[in-house]
Design a protein around this ligand. Sequence first.
Ligand code: ZN
Length: 444
Amino acid sequence: MPVDTVLHNAKVYTSRGLVEAGIAIDHDRIVKIAKRPNLPKASCQIDLKGSIALPGIIDSHVHLRDQELAYKEDFTSGTSAAAAGGITTVIDMPNNQPTTMSAEALRERMQLAEPKILVNVAFNSAFPTHLREIPEIAKIGAVGFKLYLSQQIGGINPDDDQALLEAFKAVRHTKAPIAVHAEDRTMIEQKQKKLMKQRRYDLEAFLDAHSFDAEERAIRRITQLSRKSGGHLHISHISSKTGVNIVLKAKKLGFDVTCEVTPHHLLLTYKNLKKGGNTALEVPPLRGPSDVAYLWRNLQKGLVDTIASDHAPHSLKEKNAESVWDVKPGIAGLETMLPLLLTQVNKGRLTIKRLVQLTCENPARIYRVKDRGNLKKGSIADITVIDLRKEHRIDASSFHSKAKFSPFNGWKTKGMPVKTFVNGQLAMEDGAIVSKPRVGRIVR
Ligand SMILES: [Zn+2]
């Protein structure tokens, strides 16, 4: 019996690094990685012409929106953007309308997503109002919990240490990680009030309120608190040198903590923010060149654990609010992350090995995503095929995402995803979506 598909003439990224081989796929699984004469017969043969086959990219920080926020993004537009960007699994964030913060809300969100998705989707939940719901939320299949320290999203006041500790302890029993948006609410609010009294509605004022100190204080506090609970803490979109240092120290002391950076914090500074205006605004905001250099140094040394896009689409109207305090922070990132990172590979700042750790292996490990994040016999056939020589110019107007703007608009990149396989099915070819919804699955 022939297998379904054989991809041949590839450089396949395996545990031994890049090997010249082909990949045999049957149903949704990899059944063999071998040189051509040793591969089984297949109904469909695809010549990858020497391209590199990476494990499917897992973007562990994505806001897919939909439901009452479908005007910003919906499950189909968001997962099309992911497939176009070479991403095979996204992990969704809970700040939706309604908020993903109960077993019922999570179940409903999963049911809505299932018929509409082109890549795999896993879900984070916010803390529920009643902690007794945490085991059920985990049982339904939330892969993690997300806590915002900058505002209350979910059932727990982020300034209440005791309540947070109880929640962290309850989550620990489920073994799920807790991802944290680490900016101190009180510090930001106080500063913002003061600035608003001075009639400050500009970007500088926003940077002033979302200060380094607000990030530092939040990371310090939550790291200590998480340590007491014994659970796994994952700091989202770390942006500053001081923030990184707290995490490094905690790691040295043996705390169970990991951290994430975004492409925008790695490639842009506040100068780009001033140039790009409110549409380029995100939180934590862009920092200075010395912070960017420090993030890179630690990323290269292996001390940063994941890169994720923090894809956070909004309508253009929301981005162009007159007062900076009304601007919705966040940018589209699914379609730019991999081309930007591959450009850095071509520049010698990132190795393929490190890229796979940061965007495949580590997210799969942290969120306990089974049978994905690596290419080997028995794994699910999520495969991102890249052409390292392919040049491209980022054009936000052609995004599959509904958010058709980007601070990277017009940037030249080198290195592109050229094919995305999701659960053994071809979902994207040369930028075009070639599969229908339902190819993606809910990852639990
Ligand atoms: Zn986010």
